[in-house]
Design a protein around this ligand. Structure first.
Ligand code: ADP
Ligand code: ASP
Ligand code: MG
Length: 418
C-alpha cells in the first residue's frame, strides 16, 4: 500500500469541528487508496498553557516533568482524531510516542530522534487498520521517560515518520496555504511560493519563519522526503500548497526568495575585553555550556589605549534569544569570577529584532547587501549588527522597526512579483 504522512498543526485541530475537518482530509486520502500516518499537534494554545503551569509551579523545574506535562496536549488530539475517524467508519487508532516507540535522546525539551521502529504500526496496517494517529512533538528516552522535541516539534515528528515509513509524501497542513515570500501576517504583499529549495527553507526556518521547525527541514533534506505545506482550511489537491524540494527541481529562482524575522533577540556587548589568543573560546565556551544559543558574533578591531596596563582590548558583541540574557550574563560573571576573562562592562540591548533576506541566487549575484542596506536606510532604520553567509544576510535592528523593515525589504527585492 502506498503511504502518506499528514500532519495537522494546533490551529487545524483547535476544536472538535476542526478535528472533524482534518479527519475528512484524511478520509479523502484513504479513499484514494493510501494508508495514512496522521501526526497531530496539541489544540492551539494548549502547549503554551501547560508551559505556564510548569513555570508557575517551579522556577528551576525538573526538565523530565516539564516534558511529562507539555507533551500531554498531543495525547488528547491523537485520541480525539482516532475517535473521529472511527465515527466515520475508518479503522484507526492512536499512538503515543512510547507506544510506537519513538526513541529519542534524553535531552529533555530538545530531544532528537534515535530510531522509529516500524514493526508495531506495520503490524496494525497488516491487520487492516487504515490510519495510525501519532501524537507529535514527543518521544521516549532510553531511561523510559517521556521527551519532547522543542517547540514546533510536530513538524519534525511528521518528517521523521515519512522517512522511517518511506512515505510517498509528507503533507504539513497548517493555517496558511503554503510557504510565502515572508510571513503573510506582516504584509499582504507576501506571495505564496509553489516550490522552495530545501536550503532556502532551512535558512528561513532557522532565521525565524516558524511555518516549519528547522529540524524538520534538515531531516527532509537528508532523507529526501517530499515535503509539502498546505492549508487545512481550504479544498486541496495534489497541486496545492508549497513543495519543499531539491534546488534542481526549481526552474529559475530569484536572487532573493524570502524575508524572515525573529522578534525576540537580544544583543550583548562585552566592553574592552582583554584581547589575546583564546579569548573567544574563553567567552563562547561558557556561553555554550550554559545553553545560550549565540547567533551573530562581532569582534571589533582591537585598540591599545595609551597608558593602559591591560594591553590590547576589543569589544565583543553577540546576539542570543532575549529569554536567555540572564543565563548569558551569569555565565559571563562566573567566567570573570574564575579569572578566565576580564572586561570593563557588559551592555545588554534587549529590544532588537533580526531581519534576514534569503536566496540561493545570492551565491552568484553581487549587490544584495547594498540593496538591503539602502532599503533600510531609506526608512531610517539603523543597523546594529550585520552577518552574512552564502545564501543569507541578517541584520539586527530596533524591534519597533521590525514590521517596517520586513515590508521595506519585501518591496526592495520586488518579492510580490513572480
Ligand atoms: P502550526 O500550528 O500549523 O504548526 P505555525 O503557527 O507553527 O502553525 O506556523 C504557521 C505560521 O507561520 C503562519 O500562520 C504564519 O504566520 C507563520 N509564518 C512565518 N513565516 C512564514 C512564511 N514565510 N510563510 C508562511 N507562513 C509563515
Ligand atoms: N504543540 C507543540 C508546540 O506548540 C508542538 C507543535 O505544535 O508542533 O510547540
Ligand atoms: Mg508549527
Amino acid at each position: 500500500m502506498p503511504l502518506l504522512v499528514m500532519k495537522f498543526g494546533g490551529t487545524s485541530v483547535a476544536d472538535l469541528a476542526r478535528i472533524e475537518n482534518a479527519a475528512k482530509k484524511v478520509q479523502a486520502e484513504v479513499e484514494r487508496g493510501y494508508d495514512v500516518i496522521v501526526i497531530v499537534s496539541a489544540m492551539s494554545g494548549e502547549t503554551n498553557k501547560m508551559v505556564a503551569y510548569v513555570e508557575g509551579t517551579s522556577k528551576l523545574y525538573d526538565a523530565r516533568e516539564y516534558d511529562a506535562v507539555v507533551s500531554s496536549g498531543e495525547n488528547v488530539t491523537a485520541g480525539l482524531m482516532a475517535l473521529r475517524l472511527q465515527e466515520m467508519g475508518i479503522a484507526a487508532r492512536s499512538w503515543q510516542g512510547w507506544q510506537v516507540p519513538i526513541n529519542t535522546t534524553s535531552a529533555h525539551s530538545s530531544a532528537r530522534f534515535m530510531s522509529i521502529p516500524r514493526e508495531n504500526i506495520d503490524a496494525k496496517f497488516a491487520e487492516g487498520f487504515k490510519v495510525a494517529v501519532v501524537a507529535g512533538f514527543q518521544g521516549v528516552s532510553a531511561e523510559g521517560r517521556v521527551t519532547t522535541l522543542g517547540r514546533g516539534g510536530s513538524d519534525t515528528t511528521a518528517v521523521a515518520f515519512a522517512a522511517a515509513f518511506a512515505a510517498e509524501r509528507c503533507d504539513i497542513y497548517t493555517d496558511v496555504d503554503g510557504v510565502y515570500t515572508t510571513d503573510p501576517r506582516i504584509t499582504n504583499k507576501a506571495r505564496k511560493l509553489d516550490k522552495i529549495a530545501f536550503e532556502e527553507m532551512l535558512e528561513l526556518a532557522s532565521l525565524g519563519a516558524k511555518v516549519l521547525q528547522t529540524r524538520s527541514v534538515e531531516l527532509a533534506m537528508r532523507y529526501k522526503v517530499r515535503l509539502r505545506v498546505l492549508s487545512s482550511f481550504e479544498d486541496t489537491d495534489e497541486n496545492s500548497g508549497t513543495l519543499v524540494c531539491d534546488e534542481d527541481e526549481i526552474m529559475e529562482s530569484k536572487v532573493v526568495s524570502g524575508v524572515a524575522y525573529s522578534r525576540d533577540e537580544a544583543k550583548v556587548t562585552l566592553v574592552r575585553v582583554e584581547d589575546r589568543p583564546g579569548i573567544a573560546a574563553a567567552i563562547f565556551g561558557p556561553l555554550a555550556e550554559a545553553g545560550v544559543n549565540v547567533d551573530m558574533i562581532v569582534q571589533n578591531i582591537s585598540e591599545v589605549e595609551a597608558g593602559s596596563v591591560k594591553g590590547a582590548t576589543t569589544d565583543m558583541t553577540f546576539s542570543c534569544p532575549v529569554n536567555q540574557i540572564a543565563r548569558a550574563q551569569k555565565a559571563m560573571e562566573d567566567a570573570v569570577a574564575s579569572g578566565t576573562i576580564s572586561y570593563d562592562g557588559i551592555v545588554v540591548d534587549s529590544d532588537v529584532a533580526k531581519i534576514s533576506v534569503v536566496g540561493i541566487g545570492m551565491r552568484s549575484h553581487a549587490g544584495v547587501a547594498a540593496t538591503m542596506f539602502k532599503a533600510l536606510s531609506k526608512e531610517n532604520v539603523n543597523i546594529k549588527v550585520i552577518a552574512t553567509s552564502e545564501i543569507k544576510i541578517s541584520v539586527l535592528i530596533d524591534r519597533k522597526y521590525m514590521e517596517l523593515a520586513v515590508q521595506a525589504l519585501h518591496d526592495a527585492f520586488e518579492l510580490e512579483k513572480a
